[in-house]
Design a protein around this ligand. Structure first.
Ligand code: 5RP
Length: 223
């Protein structure tokens, strides 16, 4: 099976976690796009969604799914999103699609995080994928130096030769060379550095379940 087919498989499998009558939290990325396509078939069974990015909002609206502002609604039953890496404890790296801050906000508003991913995302230790960090632009250099002191190399993410600007008007640093043995402590530490908006380690908002697309079908991992 191709990676694209595995993404379709887990996107469809995630439908069984959508609670009829309840608003669903929706992530961002190519795997979530498969979920959004599948969600179209349930659009009459749910009031709508809370979205983690402008890109996902556009796709949801195009399918006739209402999008609520996070402030309009209370706790969500479930948040469905992809990951760049997931380890054996449900800790993740996210933000390859630059939507990490809103993703973490919607995840924090939800009782259960259901991660959908193909098996290439499964790792033993987080850090092979460069860790995305959303930063206030004026702090980018200072934060890069702090990562260098930890052995990481921070690169400003570009789009069309210019710094990428997130949905929140900020920049992204991609930090390679880290091996994150203690994701909870790492997330807590980096998140309190001046100028960090969000670090793309999802340890405090980890997955409760991962639907992993494999050559043998969808494996359900519970953490
Ligand atoms: C976006 C994300 C995505 O969930 C992550 O990058 C995985 O994306 P994809 O499903 O395209 O591999 O965190 O900010």
């Amino acid at each position: 099976m191709t990676q694209d087919e595995l993404k379709t498989l887990v996107g469809q499998a995630a439908l069984r976690y959508v609670v009829p009558g309840e608003i669903v939290g929706v992530g961002t990325g190519s795997t979530v796009n498969k979920f959004i396509e599948a969600l179209g078939s349930l659009r009459h069974q749910i009031p709508g969604a809370v979205s983690s990015s402008l890109a996902s909002t556009e796709r949801l609206l195009a399918l006739g799914i209402r999008v609520f502002d996070a402030n309009e609604v209370g706790e969500l039953a479930v948040y469905i999103d992809g990951a760049d890496e997931i380890d054996g404890r449900g800790f993740m790296i996210k933000g390859g699609g630059a939507a990490l801050t809103r993703e973490k906000i919607v995840a924090a508003q939800s009782r259960q995080f259901v991660c959908i991913a193909d098996e290439s995302k499964r790792v033993r230790v987080l850090g092979r994928f460069p860790v995305p960090v959303e930063v206030i632009p004026m702090a980018a250099r200072q934060i890069s130096r702090r990562f260098a002191a930890l052995g990481g190399q921070a690169l400003l993410r570009l789009k069309d030769g210019q710094p990428l600007v997130t949905d929140n008007g900020q920049h992204i640093l991609d930090v390679s060379g880290l091996q994150i043995q203690e994701p909870l402590a790492f997330e807590s530490e980096v998140n309190q550095w001046a100028g960090v908006v969000t670090v793309g380690i999802f340890a405090h908002q980890k997955a409760a379940v991962c639907l992993l697309g494999t050559a043998r079908g969808v494996e359900t991992l519970s953490f």
